[in-house]
Design a binder for this molecule. Structure first.
Ligand code: PEP
Ligand code: MG
Length: 576
C-alpha cells in the first residue's frame, strides 16, 4: 500500500482499478518475409482496414446517440483516411519491393505521411495529421492484434491516470465510465479541475510521478476532497474509506436539505446564489441543486472537441435552450474565453511562451471581430427567450470594454437590419480578473451594468502564480491579504455606482471565505452547482452583523494562513 499526496481538484471519494491514459507506444516488429508470404500480408492489411472501418463506424454511431450528430461528424474525416488510395498503394508497393512484414511497412509509411503533413504551413492540412495519426494507430493496433481502451470504449468503471488531461478530454469523460482521475501535473483552478467538479468526477492533480508509480489495474482510492491517492490499499484502509465515502454522502445529504430553501441570512438579507456551467447538459444539475440562475456560462467548451467553428444558428440554439430552461431566472453568458489552458484546434493560434498572459479571451475576440460577432448576435437573438445577460472576460481597462461594446453595437445593428429582435435591456457586465481592472474598478463601474469577479485569474495575476502549475500551487492563496484588499476595492467601486458585484471564481465556493466575502458586501455568488446546498446552509446560519465583524477582523490579519485559520474557526463556531 502506498499513499501519495496531490492537489485536491474535485471532491468525492472513489475506489477502482487504474487505467493509464496517454500516448500509446507500440513496438512494431521488423521481419523479413518471403515472396510467397506477400499475398497473406496484403490480406492482413485489407482485414485490418475493414476492421478499422467497422470500429470507426460503430464509434460514430455511439457518439451520435450519446453526444449528438455534430460530434459524430468528426469521424467522417477518419473514414476518408481509410479510403486514401495513395496511402494504401504505397503500403502495397513497398511491401512487394522491400519484403518486410506489413505492420513494419505500414508504420514506416505512416511516419512519412505524418512528417510530410507536419511541415505544411496550411492549418487545415496540418489538422489532418491528427486524423491520419488517429486512424493510422488504429490500423496499426489491428495489424498487431492489440486493443486500445479510450474513454469511449471503456467496458468497466476505472480511475483514469494520466500525465495531464486537457479540459477537452475531461469534457469527453462526460457520461463515460470514469470513476475519478489522477494526474502528474495541474492546479486546483485549472479548467480540467473545474470541469471535473462540474461533472462530479473526483480528481487529484499535481502528483509528481503518479504515472510512474501507478500500474495498470492497481486498485486506487482517490480522495478528491483531501487530495490523497492510495495505491493498492489493505483491507482495513479500504473499509475506512468506504465509511468515509458514506460519510461524505451523508454530509452532502445534510446540505441538500437547504437546496430548495431561500438563501436568506438569519437577519433577513437575501443573497443571490447562482451556478457556473460549462455545458448546457448541466442545466438539470443546476436546477437540482437549487440555484436561482446561472452566473457564469463558460461558452468556450462549445468550441471544443469539434473541427469547425460553431455557426450562429448553433450558438443560438444552445443559448436559447439554456435561457428557456432557466426562465425566469437569469443566465449570464460569458463570451468566448479561449487561450490560457483552453486551446482550440480550429484557430491558428501560435504557441506562446506565456499563454495566460498572451492572446486570450477578449484580446482574441477584439482582434477577430468576425468570430466574436457570430457569438454576440446569437446571444442577442437568444435574449428574447429568457433573462440573458452577457459579460466579457479578461477586461484589463476601460478601452477594451468600450471596444467590445462597439462590436456589440455593430452586432445589434446587423440584427436590426435583418428585422430580428433582441432584448434591448439586456445587461452587459465586465469580469474583473486582471489586477489593472481591479484597481480601476471605479472607472469601469461607470460604463458597465455589473461586475463579476473572476478570482481564478485575479489570484494568479495578483500573486504571480500560474494557476495550472503544481510546483507553485502552495502560493496560490485566495485568502492572501492582497487578494482580499483587491476584492474589497472592487465591491466598494461597484456599489458607489450602484451596480451589483458578483463573484464567479472558485473562491466564491470556499466555505470559510464566504463569511468574509458576505461581510465585505458581495451581492452574488456563482459557484459549481454541487456546492450550492452547502453555501445556502451557511448563509441561512449567519447574520450580516456577524459576517461584517468577521470581514473587519480578517482585514487586519497579515497572512493567508491567519485568514484561513480565523475564518475556519468562525465557520466551525457558526455551524457547531
Ligand atoms: C475566473 O478566472 O475566476 C473565471 C471564473 O474564469 P475562468 O476560470 O474560466 O478563467
Ligand atoms: Mg478567468
Amino acid at each position: 500500500m502506498i499513499q501519495i499526496k496531490g492537489i485536491a481538484a474535485a471532491p468525492g471519494i472513489r475506489v477502482g482499478p487504474a487505467h493509464k491514459f496517454g500516448k500509446e507506444e507500440f513496438t512494431v516488429p521488423r521481419n523479413e518475409i518471403r515472396e510467397d508470404e506477400i499475398p497473406i500480408n496484403i490480406q492482413l492489411f485489407e482485414e485490418a482496414l475493414i476492421k478499422t472501418r467497422k470500429e470507426i463506424m460503430e464509434l460514430q454511431k455511439r457518439i451520435g446517440s450519446d453526444m449528438g450528430q455534430e460530434e459524430a461528424l468528426i469521424f467522417d474525416a477518419h473514414l476518408l483516411v481509410l479510403e486514401d488510395r495513395m496511402l494504401i498503394e504505397e503500403v502495397i508497393s513497398r511491401l512487394k519491393k522491400e519484403k518486410l512484414n506489413v505492420a513494419c511497412i505500414f508504420s514506416e509509411v505512416l511516419k512519412k505521411y505524418t512528417s510530410v503533413f507536419s511541415n505544411i504551413e496550411d492549418e487545415y492540412l496540418k489538422e489532418r495529421i491528427v486524423d491520419i495519426n488517429d486512424v493510422g494507430r488504429r490500423i496499426l493496433r489491428n495489424l498487431l492484434g492489440k486493443e486500445r481502451k479510450a474513454f469511449l470504449e471503456l467496458k468497466e468503471k476505472v480511475v483514469v491516470v494520466a500525465h495531464d488531461i486537457s479540459p477537452s478530454d475531461t469534457a469527453a469523460m462526460h457520461k463515460k465510465k470514469v470513476l475519478a482521475f489522477v494526474t502528474d501535473i495541474g492546479g486546483k483552478t485549472s479548467h480540467t479541475a473545474i470541469m471535473a467538479k462540474s461533472l462530479e468526477i473526483p480528481a487529484v492533480v499535481g502528483i509528481e510521478g503518479a504515472t510512474a508509480m501507478i500500474h495498470p489495474d492497481d486498485v486506487l482510492i482517490v480522495d478528491g476532497s483531501m487530495g490523497v491517492v492510495i495505491i493498492n490499499p489493505d483491507q482495513q484502509t479500504l473499509e475506512n474509506y468506504r465509511r468515509e465515502e458514506q460519510k461524505f454522502e451523508g454530509v452532502l445529504q445534510k446540505f441538500l436539505t437547504a437546496k430548495d430553501l431561500p438563501a436568506v441570512t438569519r437577519d433577513g438579507k437575501t443573497v443571490q446564489i447562482y451556478a457556473n456551467i460549462e455545458l448546457p447538459d448541466e442545466v438539470p444539475s443546476v436546477k437540482l441543486h437549487g440555484a436561482k440562475g446561472i452566473g457564469l456560462y463558460r461558452t468556450e467548451f462549445f468550441y471544443m472537441n469539434r473541427k469547425d467553428l460553431p455557426t450562429e444558428e448553433e450558438h443560438y440554439q444552445e443559448y436559447k435552450y439554456v435561457a428557456q430552461e432557466m426562465k425566469p431566472d437569469p443566465v449570464v453568458i460569458r463570451t468566448l474565453d479561449l487561450g490560457g489552458d483552453k486551446f482550440l484546434s480550429q484557430f491558428a493560434i501560435p504557441q506562446e511562451m506565456q499563454p495566460f498572459l498572451g492572446w486570450r479571451a477578449i484580446r482574441f475576440c477584439l482582434a477577430r471581430p468576425e468570430i466574436f460577432k457570430v457569438q454576440l448576435r446569437a446571444i442577442l437573438r437568444a435574449s428574447v427567450h429568457g433573462k440573458l445577460k452577457l459579460m466579457y472576460p479578461m477586461i484589463s481597462g476601460v478601452e477594451e470594454l468600450r471596444q467590445a461594446n462597439t462590436i456589440l453595437d455593430q452586432a445589434k445593428k446587423e440584427l436590426e437590419d435583418k428585422g430580428l429582435s433582441y432584448d434591448k435591456d439586456m445587461q452587459v457586465g465586465t469580469m474583473i480578473e486582471v489586477p489593472s481592472a481591479a484597481l480601476t474598478a471605479d472607472i469601469l463601474a461607470k460604463e458597465t451594468d455589473f461586475f463579476s469577479i473572476g478570482t481564478n485569474d485575479l489570484i494568479q495575476y495578483s500573486l504571480a502564480v500560474d494557476r495550472v502549475n503544481e510546483k507553485v500551487a502552495y502560493l496560490y492563496e485566495p485568502a492572501h491579504p492582497a487578494v482580499l484588499r483587491m476584492i474589497k476595492n472592487i465591491i466598494t467601486a461597484g456599489h458607489k455606482e450602484k451596480i451589483k458585484v458578483a463573484m464567479c471564481g472558485e473562491m466564491a465556493g470556499e466555505p470559510g471565505l464566504v463569511l468574509i466575502l458576505l461581510g465585505m458586501g458581495l451581492d452574488e455568488f456563482s459557484i459549481p452547482p454541487q456546492v450550492i446546498p452547502e453555501l445556502k446552509y451557511i448563509i441561512r446560519s449567519i447574520t450580516m452583523k456577524q459576517v461584517e465583524e468577521i470581514a473587519q477582523k480578517a482585514s487586519t490579519l497579515s497572512t493567508a494562513k491567519e485568514v484561513n485559520n480565523y475564518s475556519q474557526d468562525k465557520l466551525r463556531e457558526i455551524l457547531k
